[in-house]
Design a protein around this ligand. Structure first.
Ligand SMILES: [Zn+2]
Length: 327
């Protein structure tokens, strides 16, 4: 637990995930809010109640839950605050909190098609079940207060909502006018580079219409430089002071990784996304097919946006080749 200011405290809760501990923030304004809600485990709950007590509160004092994005390590304990009448978040978080069946089926179908189209062998398809298993750590509820970019946090009007899609399609951050302090969720982490994660397009759209999270992520990292973010209170790891340098190094590292992918493609006739993933992550792809494929597609989307590579479909499988005819 860390008291950051009189009106902001950082509580740190354990998670069973590789990312380690997650931070939640207690904000005192016109009402008492908590930003993010950890995972749904006994250990997280005990850590939360103990640390709340250290700053003089009980779970029943929390009046509003504000969520940065829909991932289970951020929405776990939403049901545990008996007097929290409001849940404020990007509107699509609701589909996760309510376990919207139509959306979850759409989600599953998208990933099945995406695995096939990427040339991923059948042996990896069990990874699809993992997507659903992690939802056991997510809480339930309903978004009462949909937030979009430019909104003010209800009860905390000095905080502006900033759209920061990339790591998640539902990702929002919150910027304080006075000193450009950002509550950043997983948008920028000091110790690991936050992964842009593949998600399906909206219901009714095809696999080709999926969002391109790396492109969004780069844009929204640059946005943090442009709006002069001064300090980031993150979802994991250390507080980031003056994040410009870290952002620039993240952008450069990504460009370097994209370049490696470009070189693979220059040396081959054509490759499927899965073949590229194996080359890029020879030691990790077997264990983490979902994350390594998201990362691979991130680089491919980026190179395609620069017209350095060309995407084609061959017998229902996506293949990429280097574009030697530069414009
Ligand atoms: Zn997280």
């Amino acid at each position: 637990m860390k008291v950051i200011e009189q009106t902001i405290s950082q509580l740190t809760l354990p998670t069973p995930f590789a990312v380690g501990d997650v931070h939640v923030y207690v904000l005192k304004g016109d009402i008492l809010s908590i930003v993010d809600a950890g995972v749904k485990t006994r250990q997280a709950w005990e850590a939360l109640t103990t640390q709340l007590k250290q700053i003089g509160y009980r779970p029943s004092d929390i009046e509003q839950i504000i969520l940065t994005h829909h991932h289970p390590d951020h929405i776990g304990l939403t049901e545990q605050f008996p007097n929290a009448q409001y849940i404020a978040a990007e509107p699509s978080v609701n589909t996760w909190l309510t376990r919207d069946q139509e959306y979850l089926e759409h989600y599953r179908r998208f990933f099945e098609q995406y695995f096939v189209a990427s040339g991923i062998p059948k042996i990896f398809y069990q990874a699809l079940d993992k997507l659903e298993a992690t939802m056991d750590f997510a809480g339930r509820g309903e978004v009462t207060t949909p937030l979009v970019e430019g909104d003010r946090l209800p009860g905390h009007p000095e905080w502006e909502v900033i759209e920061t899609k990339g790591h998640a399609q539902s990702h929002l951050s919150f910027l304080r006018d006075r000193d450009h302090l950002l509550i950043g969720g997983d948008h920028l982490l000091e110790h690991i580079s936050s992964n842009p994660i593949i998600e399906p397009p909206k219901i009714g759209k095809t696999i080709e219409d999926r969002p391109k999270p790396m492109i969004q992520y780069r844009k929204n990292l640059q946005k943090c430089v442009d709006i002069n973010v001064n300090k980031v209170l993150p979802g994991h790891g250390k507080i980031v002071e003056k994040p410009q340098q870290l952002i620039l190094s993240r952008l450069t590292k990504q460009e370097e990784r994209a370049n490696i992918v470009y070189e693979f493609l220059q040396q081959s006739v054509m490759l499927t996304p899965f073949e590229i993933c194996k080359k890029l992550f020879p030691y990790q792809y077997k264990k983490q097919i979902d994350l390594t494929m998201s990362e691979t597609f991130g680089q491919l989307d980026y190179l395609e946006s620069l017209k350095q590579i060309i995407k084609r479909k061959k017998d229902g499988i996506i293949v990429y080749e280097a574009n030697f005819i530069s414009e």
